[in-house]
Design a protein around this ligand. Structure first.
Ligand code: ATP
Ligand code: MG
Length: 355
């Protein structure tokens, strides 16, 4: 079993997953700072459009994070970079990569049907996140990429996103529309056209024209997309990639986390570390029992209560830790303040990688 410190030294991708609000963004930022402190060149990427990562790192409004990695100004042994995913910029860049000409790229990018699926295709957002991860992973400037994901329910979409792209390309309708059968009919054959004309009675004709144009223009690009989707999938299941699950010691969150660990296992992914965030401290109160009647009685009552809460938390966690057969478990206490600067992240990382 590897400690989190070992993962920070050895892995090239670390994905932080977990339910909403448990501390994924904070943990991703703290792990990135710690790995950078240990000499690695780290890029932390957030998919959360809210400015939480900026906030957690204390970057402020004058240095907003964008779609390009930005170096964080901090004196450490390695380098710390951060980037906030912009889905549509990433999608557009991908189209430009696989288009056979600038003209083809421009036609697709200005096509309304494309804009619609780019914005609303289920999993498009998650796929772009994976795409960005792949791009950063292959960027020579970084040794380690740490990913801050959306809450668990979306994280499954996130993992399935590359497969969904290949499913779309394998879809029969798509195949009919771009069947390679020569000349113009090669692109949109007659049967498909009449099918789309029927559809045009339901939706507007211009939507259908856009769809025909999109599929016609997309012709020739699908191999690039398919190859990329497979590469992204392989990166997720590679030995050099680790999943870190963040949770809080509460029944409902732990149940979600347990289901998530099982789903990941089905996808051949092991959770290599569990971060239990906002844990109540465990006090030894036995020796205080003699004070229960004296002037310190109120303190003893509070300590006993918090002892009871802490013990309850550990019980709740047991099922989850049993599900994780080979993962490191670290507890991070409820800190007395929110984490909103590098100093706070430093405090947190001392709990994540105790010496
Ligand atoms: N151990 C801790 N002690 C005190 N405050 C914490 C701790 N961990 C996280 N926080 C605070 O809890 C809040 C939520 O944390 P964070 O944004 O990292 O959660 P998240 O899992 O990324 O949320 P979301 O699912 O909404 O993206 C933040 O204000 C953060 O500063
Ligand atoms: Mg977050």
């Amino acid at each position: 079993m590897n400690s989190l410190a070992t993962l920070l030294h050895e892995r090239s991708v670390i994905v932080c997953v977990g339910a909403g609000g448990v501390g994924k963004t904070t943990t991703a930022a703290a792990l990135a700072l710690e790995a950078a402190n240990r000499g690695r060149r780290v890029c932390v990427v957030t998919i959360d459009p809210a400015r939480r990562l900026s906030d957690a790192m204390g970057l402020g409004a004058d240095a907003p994070l964008g779609n390009e990695p930005q170096r964080v100004d901090v004196a450490i042994n390695g380098e710390l970079w951060a980037v906030m995913l912009d889905t549509s910029t990433t999608f557009d860049a991908l189209i430009r990569t696989y288009a056979l000409s600038d003209e083809q790229a421009n036609t697709i990018l200005t096509n309304d049907f494309f804009r619609n699926i780019a914005d609303s295709m289920s999993g498009a957002h998650e796929y772009m996140a994976m795409e960005k991860l792949y791009e950063l992973h292959n960027d020579d400037r970084f040794d380690l990429v740490i990913v801050d994901t959306p809450p668990t329910s979306n994280a499954i979409d996130f993992l399935e996103a590359p497969d969904r792209v290949t499913d779309f390309l394998d879809h029969r309708l798509y195949k009919v529309l771009v069947a390679p059968t020569g000349s113009f009919a090669r692109v949109v054959n007659f049967a498909a056209q009449s099918f789309l004309r029927v559809v045009a009675r339901i939706v507007s004709a211009s939507v259908v024209d856009d769809a025909i144009e999109f599929f016609a223009t997309f012709d020739g690009m699908e191999e690039g997309f398919r190859g990329r989707a497979v590469a992204v999938h392989n990166l997720l299941i590679a030995d050099t990639t680790s999943f870190v699950l963040v949770t809080v010691p509460r029944n409902d969150t732990i149940d979600d986390a347990t289901v998530f660990v099982e789903k990941l296992a089905e996808a051949n992914i092991n959770v290599e570390a569990l971060v239990v965030n906002r844990v109540h401290p465990h006090f030894g109160t036995n020796e205080l029992s003699g004070l229960a009647q004296g002037p310190l009685a109120p303190f003893v009552t509070v300590l006993n209560e918090s002892q009871r809460v802490a013990a309850g938390e550990q019980n709740v966690l047991e099922t989850l830790t049993r599900t994780l057969t080979n993962g490191a478990v670290v507890n991070v206490p409820f800190l007395d303040t929110d984490v909103h600067d590098l100093e706070g992240l430093g405090r947190l990382s001392r709990w994540l990688t105790p010496t």
